[in-house]
Design a protein around this ligand. Structure first.
Ligand SMILES: Nc1ncnc2c1ncn2[C@@H]1O[C@H](COP(=O)(O)OP(=O)(O)OP(=O)(O)O)[C@@H](O)[C@H]1O
Ligand SMILES: [Mg+2]
Length: 302
């Protein structure tokens, strides 16, 4: 796959608040990447649970090789966005396709690092079994000879620094050790679309760096599109092409420089928000619902 060239993008804003449905749906031009295969396409997409609209009038194309971050406070619909792409949640309006197919039908092209939940201490799997599931799990329908699978598992364990505990029961590993295995599992099939839901959570700084480099390498080497949900943009800021920032039923889409600005986030939140830059880090202060979004690194709110 050839990576598309980066071109200056435009900020797109949701057209409507939850309580006031749009009569003229916002319609963006195709995103800034005007070449390369579309991996994700959403048209006039809306996701609501009852009266509660998480997002609506979302028109978005993510192309091969794009690193796309999804930010927003708890409950704004980030994980739900990934679940739509996985075919686990239906849109309430509009259409979505993944690698040109209905989302559920495209799972063989998709790697997924779910939002973290610990394994029970009794889970009867070794670390390497978990990674192998990403390769020869029945749902992927891929048949590889055992030796080839073992070699691929060893390679992936090594990449995420999990070789030392390859044969340990997963339920007895620490949260960060388990998380590294999930990342290895998601990379196992060389996916066209890599979905990461707070994939750096529980990782120490060194492994945050290793894992974010690995995810980016997948994009560079294979042209995978990456959709990365995070509360902290800083560990991935060097790689991100565009951000979808969700807040209270509205959203903004644009490059980090375009979206992570005081005036843009103040308009999105309808409150005075200050975005500061310090030593290459982005710090957001004054967000109305920021109580749980303290950066693990510096106690700053990204
Ligand atoms: N199947 C469902 N039925 C009803 N409500 C749901 C369903 N799935 C999610 N929700 C609600 O939708 C909202 C968004 O959930 P989601 O998990 O997408 O949030 P999030 O942005 O990932 O939050 P967090 O940062 O806490 O992970 C939440 O309020 C959640 O309770
Ligand atoms: Mg979530």
């Amino acid at each position: 796959m050839t990576l598309p060239t980066k071109v200056a993008p435009t900020i797109h804003t949701s057209a409507a608040q939850p309580a006031t449905p749009s009569t003229t749906p916002w319609s963006a031009p195709d995103n800034q990447r005007d070449s390369g295969q579309a991996v994700v396409e959403l048209k006039n997409a809306e996701l609501a649970f009852g009266d509660r609209v998480l997002w609506r009038d979302l028109n978005l194309t993510i192309r091969e090789g794009e690193y796309f971050a999804v930010l927003g406070s708890n409950g704004t619909g980030k994980t739900s966005f990934l679940k739509v792409l996985l075919g686990l949640l239906p849109l309430t309006r509009g259409t979505v396709s993944v690698t040109g197919e209905r989302p559920g039908a495209a799972s063989r092209h998709v790697g997924y690092v779910p939002q973290q939940r610990g394994f029970s201490p009794r889970t009867p799997l070794r670390a390497r079994d978990l990674v192998a599931q990403g390769i020869d799990g029945h749902k992927w329908g891929i048949r590889l000879r055992r030796r080839a699978v073992n070699e691929r598992v060893d390679e992936l364990l090594d990449k995420v620094g999990a070789g030392d505990y390859a044969n340990a029961p997963v339920g007895l590993l620490s949260g960060g050790e388990q998380q590294r295995l999930r990342i290895a599992q998601a990379l196992a099939t060389d996916p066209e679309l890599l979905l990461c839901d707070e994939a750096l959570l529980s990782l120490d700084l060194n492994h945050q760096y290793i894992v974010s480099e690995l995810v980016n390498q997948q994009r560079v080497d294979s042209g995978s599109a990456v959709v990365f949900v995070t509360h902290d943009i800083n560990p991935i800021i060097d790689h991100v092409d565009r951000i979808l920032y969700l807040a209270g039923g509205s959203f903004k889409i644009g490059t980090p420089d375009e979206v992570m600005r005081s005036e843009v986030l103040s308009e999105l939140y309808g409150a005075d928000i200050e975005v500061l830059r310090s030593n290459g880090r982005i710090i957001v202060t004054g967000r109305p619902d920021n109580t749980h979004h303290i950066s693990s690194q510096e106690g700053l709110i990204p």
